[in-house]
Write a protein that binds this ligand. Structure first.
Ligand SMILES: [Zn+2]
Ligand SMILES: [Zn+2]
Length: 135
């Protein structure tokens, strides 16, 4: 059993992975999240400061939800999020569509190499065939 102190209230609880926050605080954050989501839907033009004040949620927390793509601002919202790579203005997440696509293909390239090495059976078979053809 992994017992830890909750990062928010300091209470000891049985840690199950993820961010070290106890179930009680986790639920409170979830409730806040739903409240903020609702608030943004009703007040699409609210600034991040206003959202923070009206919902008693820190700006930092709101930013985190946006970066996690859990919150998305309306098109006419005054809140400007920027792509962490090229600085283009975005509505949610950390990167614009273009950079996201670039990152995705970079990741595939990085993963493609080790994966091909993990198929020794097929490779051996192919090279056997090649040797057979050549001889
Ligand atoms: Zn707690
Ligand atoms: Zn970008």
């Amino acid at each position: 059993m992994d017992v830890r102190n909750c990062r928010v209230c300091g209470r000891m609880y049985n840690y199950l992975g993820g961010i070290p926050i106890c179930p009680v605080c986790k639920k409170e954050i979830e409730d806040k999240f739903n409240q903020v989501k609702e608030y943004i839907r009703e007040n699409p033009r609210a600034s991040i400061q206003q959202i923070s004040e009206d919902n008693e949620v820190s700006v930092q927390q709101i930013n985190q939800w946006v970066r996690e793509e859990r919150l998305e601002f309306a098109k006419d919202s005054p809140i400007a999020m920027t792509c962490e790579k090229c600085g283009a203005s975005i509505r949610t997440g950390r990167f614009c569509e273009k950079c996201k696509n670039n990152l995705a293909s970079e990741m595939t390239d990085a993963f493609a190499k080790p994966i091909s090495f993990e198929e020794p059976k097929k490779q051996a078979h192919d090279s056997d065939k090649m040797r057979f053809k050549r001889s």
